[in-house]
Design a protein around this ligand. Sequence first.
Ligand code: ME8
Length: 502
Amino acid sequence: MPKREDHYYVTTPIYYVNAAAHIGHAYTSIAADIMARFQRLLGKQVNFLTGTDEHGQKIARAAEAKGVGPQTFVDEISEGFRDLHKVLNASNTDFIRTSEPRHIAGAQKFWEVANASGDIYKKSYEGLYCVGCEQYFVEKDLIDGLCPIHKKAPEMLSEENYFFRLSRYTEPLKKYFDEHPQFVFPQNRQKEMRQILEEGLDDISISRSTEKLSWGIPVPGDDSQVMYVWFDALTNYVTAIGYGTDEKFFGDWWPADAHVMAKEINRFHSLLWPAMLMSAKLEVPKQIVVHGWLTVDGEKMSKSLGNVVNPYDIVSRYGIDAFRFFMFREMSFGSDGDFSYTKLDQRYRADLSNDLGNLLMRTIAMTHKFCEGRVPLETKGEHQEFWDRYSAHMNAWEFQKALEVVWDYVRGLNQLIDREKPWTANKEGRTEDVARTLYTLLEGLRQIAIAIQPFMPETSEKMLRQLGFEFFEPNFSNLVEWGLLKSGAELAQPEALFPHIE
Ligand code: ME8
C-alpha cells in the first residue's frame, strides 16, 4: 500500500535522556509543531512524533553517576520531556521511547532485514569514540585531538563488533542526492552532505559487546552484543508507526515527510539513515530539515557557564505563545540563532503588545463605540496574495518570512486606522466610511488570527473569540475566504492579548 496522499508525517529527533530538556530541544519541537499545525490547516491528517533516546554509553554512565539503575533513571527524565511537550503546547500525536517493546521489536526486525540484504558483518575494530556524540571519529575530524562538539578527547575502543556496509551506499546516495536537490533543507546543508559523499563513506560499527555496555537492544541471534545506539535510535521513525508490529499503519504513514533536527546530527539523518532504509528496502524520507544552533547571549549553552535557559522559566514569565513566536520571528530557521531575554522582551512589547495586541484592542473598542459592538456591513476585500505569499514561505520552512508577511499585514491595518481616523469620520457622520474601515479591520484581524494559528494557537483562539467568530475548524479551505465575519455578529469585550509585564 502506498502512503496516503492526505497524510503528513513529521518528526523531531528523539532526545537523549542524560540530562533535562532545555530551549534547544524546545526549539526543534516547536518548529515541528508549527509545521504539523500548518499541515492540519491545509487539511492533512498529521502524525507528529517525538520521544526519547534511552540507550547507549552516555545514558548508562549518567545513570551510574547518579547511583540509580538505567531504567529508573530514563523513566524520570523521559517523563520530563513528555511534560515539556505539554507546556510547549506541542500537538504531537505520539511519543516514543526506545525502551518500549514496540520499538525493540521493530529495531530487531530492521536489523534482521538489513542482515538479510548482506549488509551486516562482524570484524575486529579499534577506534576513537566520543561518548558525548555516541560516535567514532577518525583522526582528521578531531580538532587538536578533541571532539569538535564536546571538546573532549575521545576514548580508544577496541572490540569485535558487527559492521554495517555503509560504503556500499555511497553511489546510490549520490544518485539520490542528485535526483532530489531539495532533499536536505537548507541548501548549504545539502551541499555539505553531497561533499561528504564525494569523499566516500566507510562501513560503521553498529554494535557493542555486552561486556562493555549492556544497556541496549540485543542483537538478534547474538546475546553477546547490543545494537549501537544510533542504529537503534534512527529506527524509531519507523518503529513508532508500526514497522515490525503493525504493517497496515506503517503503510499508511511511511515515508516521513520531514525529519527535523539541528545540524550536528544531519549526517546521521541524511546519509546513514537513508542507507539503512535502502538496505531494509524501504523508502527514503522526503525531506531532512536542518536548523542551526541556539546560543544564549552569544555564548554556547553549557552547564559550566551556568547559562542553560530553562523553557519553563520563559513560559511562566511570557506565556507559551510569546515564546513560540519569538523563536521563529527573531531567528531565521535553518541558520544559527541567539536567544536573549532582552530581545524577547523587545519583541514582546513591540510586535505582540503594541502591533498586534493594540490593533485588536483598538478595533474592538471602536466597534463597540461606533457600531454597538456588532460587525458592520460586509466590505469586499482581496487577500489571495497574502495567503499565497504566506503559504509559499510556510511550505518552504521559511517561518521568519511567513511571520514577516503577517506582520506587514498587521502594520498595514494599524496604518489604515491612522489614515482613516474612524473617530473623526464618526463625528462627521460619515457612517459608511466608519463601517467600511471597521469591517476591513475586523475581517483582516480574523485572517491574521488564522495565519498565526500554527505559531500561536492560544492567541489565535482568543482573537477569534473576541471577534465573535465561533466556528473554528482548523482547515484553510473553510477559513481563508474573505468575508466570513458576518455583519451583525456580536463582538466580545476586548481583552489584552499580551498584557504588560513588569
Ligand atoms: O542527538 N540549539 O539527542 P540530543 C538548537 N538522541 N537545537 C538544539 C540545541 C541547541 N543548542 N541543543 C539541542 C540526540 N538541540 C540523539 C538524536 S534521533 C534518531 C537521535 C536539539 O538530546 C536539536 O534538535 O542530543 C538537536 O539536533 C537535538 O536537540 C539533539 O538532541
